[in-house]
Design a protein. Structure first.
Length: 219
């Protein structure tokens, strides 16, 4: 028969083992949280005081199924909420033509949040996210209506950290309907767009005007 002393030692050992298991489980659940760090922002110092603009030519939307919409130009306006974030409006204009030569309506977006941040390779980039409705844009080609959704669109900036400028070029690249830039530094999130539940990519090079001279600070 075990003595009281032996029972107390066994109880103490069980308690130590329970604490060790609890700590290990807690650490296992903490690892994903640590891995999901926030996006690393890029700041334009000082924050632009005036509205900016976006201009580009020949934007192309392509689905993984091979459907395409080509427009002649892309224009837009920019408003700033901080030195790294704001909202923008985009319009794909000028004789938009879909696969098979069908005519498509102008493609418009409204109040899309944007975030200047650091790309995986350490260079500046931009992430555009959907409005509160979760929709980027709606448009029609012939009798078909398309709705573009998704969690975000990533583009790379032709700029260097520490540089002083009043505008930069943002490149959006896709291949066979898949966006080539899908991640940013500091998070494992994969950003993508869909058109009627089919993945879609954007190819465009746009001139992003800040509205005033500033220094690009990558943190």
């Amino acid at each position: 028969m075990e003595s009281v002393s032996d029972l107390m030692k066994g109880h103490k050992m069980n308690k130590i083992m329970l604490l060790a298991v609890t700590a290990a489980v807690g650490a296992a659940f903490a690892l994903p949280t640590m891995a999901m760090a926030e996006d690393i922002p890029v700041h334009l110092i000082p924050r632009p005081e005036f509205a900016g603009s976006i201009q580009g030519s020949n934007p192309v939307l392509e689905t993984v199924g091979g459907l395409e919409v080509k427009c002649e130009k892309i224009t837009g306006s920019v408003s700033w909420e901080s030195s790294t974030t704001g909202s923008l409006n985009l319009s794909f204009q000028g004789n938009c033509i879909g696969t098979g030569g069908v005519s498509c309506s102008e493609i418009k977006t409204s109040n899309l949040p944007f975030h200047f941040l650091t790309m995986v390779d350490g260079t500046p980039g931009v992430l555009i996210t959907p409005s509160s409705s979760g929709v980027f844009a709606k448009f029609t080609c012939s009798f078909l209506t398309f709705e573009i959704k998704g969690n975000g669109l990533v583009g790379t900036a032709v700029a260097s950290c520490g540089g002083s400028t009043s505008s930069i070029i943002i490149n959006f690249e896709e291949l066979l309907g898949t966006q080539l830039d899908r991640q940013v530094k500091g998070t494992e999130t994969i950003y993508h767009l869909t058109a009627n539940s089919e993945e879609v990519g954007l190819k465009a090079s746009v001139f992003f005007s800040f509205g005033n001279l500033g220094t690009i600070e990558c943190t």
